[in-house]
Design a protein around this ligand. Structure first.
Ligand SMILES: [Zn+2]
Length: 475
């Protein structure tokens, strides 16, 4: 195949500390070079990632953290690696992920890396459209390939080479056609050109697609903007939904963000505020309802509009009161809770309807104490709980990455906006708007529990002495 394509093929595989492009690092590279003539050349090295290797990855790959400690860093292998790969066609399974990790490592060194790639995952999808699984394990199984093991860079690179050789020997014409399709760039609408799309940063952010009338069609987010937008056009050839979007796009806007966290916040906010025509989820809802409950032995839960909440614990957000009641009913059935104690049935004397069906354990007729019932209710509701805002005042989530910094203003889980300059936050706070939104809550709560971003009180950021320490939420 190297002769056919008249180039040296570089089968490559990487092992990484994880799948997160910004945080994770490469720990192993394996390459098999196949030139149009001559013997294949094999090259591999462990790489010291300069961050911790999780036990899970260590078990998966069998790579011992101690071995990495003595391995060269990426900076030390960057030059020989570049020599191996320069001018080669990189062939890998899910090639764009490997390419992205390589580019990211070189970016850390202030260098640019590009290469032509061929993705055997995409080849498998296009040559075996009836198969559901296209991972390397599935391919080894399907084609009964001889693999000397998995999850080490060189053995995986070898598996990819064997896979491609098999395809070439069995169906060369179809294979070359599939390769050509992969390299062919999709057609773009007249007002957009490849240059515009290539100008998109290879970084996290949100993108906005507009139609001919300049109405907002779609808002999306990605950790790699350029790739994600190109994906829409690639996918449009096979997917109806993508086709609808792509046929209407006339103009693109994008906002680069420091990391994925800002992209998530911006996406949720933009979709809610601007209601793009083609975003199916996250529609703006004015009157969300929630379940409010004072707590154990303090009465029944109440179903109230989220905006009127005045204390007590809150559980879930629902499109309307009916949905909230349905959710409580489901919990009652699943956990044998009492319809009367939940306020879902009128407080008459005698057992509730569910107790007559033996579905309620009898808080309504003394068969179960209210304390026990409420303890069980509390456990049943736990997964819906909206945590209290853990601070006294508004907070600023400072997000940093790729030489960029953004300041998100948050108050009671409400995203009040964001600025690139902290000096603008005072005006933003004065003019704050926005309402509670479950998506924003989840994004923020996840960020907090995973320790992403830096949270500091607005007051501290605006104080003349400036920011000094970062705050941790009091629990
Ligand atoms: Zn009952």
């Amino acid at each position: 195949m190297a002769q056919e394509l008249d180039t040296t093929l570089a089968f490559i595989d990487l092992e990484n500390t994880g799948g997160h492009l910004e945080r994770d690092r490469i720990i192993e590279v394996g390459i098999i070079l196949v030139a149009p003539a001559g013997e294949p050349e094999v090259w591999s090295t462990l790489i010291n990632p300069e961050i911790r290797l999780s036990p899970a990855i260590s078990t998966l790959t069998g790579i011992d953290p101690a071995d990495l400690a003595h391995a060269p860093t990426f900076a030390q292998v960057a030059e020989p690696l570049r020599e191996k790969l320069a001018g080669r066609l990189l062939i890998a399974h899910d090639a764009r992920t490997d390419l992205a990790f390589l580019r990211q490592e070189w970016r850390r060194l202030g260098q640019v890396f590009t290469a032509d790639v061929l993705c055997t995952l995409r080849l498998s999808r296009s040559l075996f459209p009836d198969e559901k699984r296209h991972g390397l394990d599935a391919i080894i199984e399907r084609l009964q390939l001889h693999s000397a093991g998995r999850h080490r860079a060189l053995t995986d690179a070898r598996t990819v080479a064997i896979f491609l050789a098999r395809l070439y020997s069995e169906q060369p014409a179809r294979l070359l056609e599939a390769c050509r399709q992969q390299w062919q760039r999709p057609a773009l609408p007249g007002s957009l050109d490849a240059q515009t799309l290539d100008a998109l940063p290879d970084r996290p952010g949100v993108y906005l697609c507009y139609d001919e009338a300049d109405s907002l069609l779609y808002v999306g987010k990605s950790i790699r903007l350029r790739e994600r937008v190109w994906d829409h056009f690639y996918a449009a050839t096979s997917q109806q939904r993508e086709m609808r979007l792509v046929q209407q796009i006339r103009r693109l806007e994008w906002i680069e963000t420091p990391t994925e966290l800002s992209a998530l916040l911006l996406e949720a906010r933009l979709i809610k505020e601007r209601q793009p025509i083609l975003n199916r989820r996250l529609r703006r809802r004015e009157n969300l309802f929630t379940i409010a409950w004072e707590g154990i032995e303090r009465g029944s839960p109440r179903i109230v509009p989220l905006r009127d909440c005045d204390g007590g614990e809150l559980y879930g957000s629902f499109a309307n009161a009916y949905r909230a009641r349905q959710s409580l009913r489901r919990l009652a059935r699943r956990h044998g809770l009492c319809l009367k104690a939940l306020g879902l049935e009128k407080p008459t004397s005698g057992p509730c309807f569910a107790h007559q069906l033996k579905q309620c354990r009898g808080a309504c007729c003394g068969a179960e104490s209210r304390l026990l019932h409420d303890l069980r209710l509390s456990a049943a509701l736990r997964h819906l709980r909206i945590e209290h805002w853990p601070w006294d005042g508004p907070m600023v989530l400072v997000e940093e990455g790729g030489g960029q910094r953004l300041y998100h203003l948050l108050w009671q889980w409400i995203h009040c906006g964001y600025r690139a300059d902290p000096a603008d936050l005072a005006t933003l706070w004065e003019r704050r708007e926005g309402e509670f939104d479950m998506d924003i809550y989840r994004i923020c709560f996840n960020a907090l529990s995973r320790n992403r971003g830096t949270w500091m009180p607005l007051a501290q950021l605006l104080s003349p002495s400036g920011p000094q320490t970062t705050a941790t939420p009091g629990r």
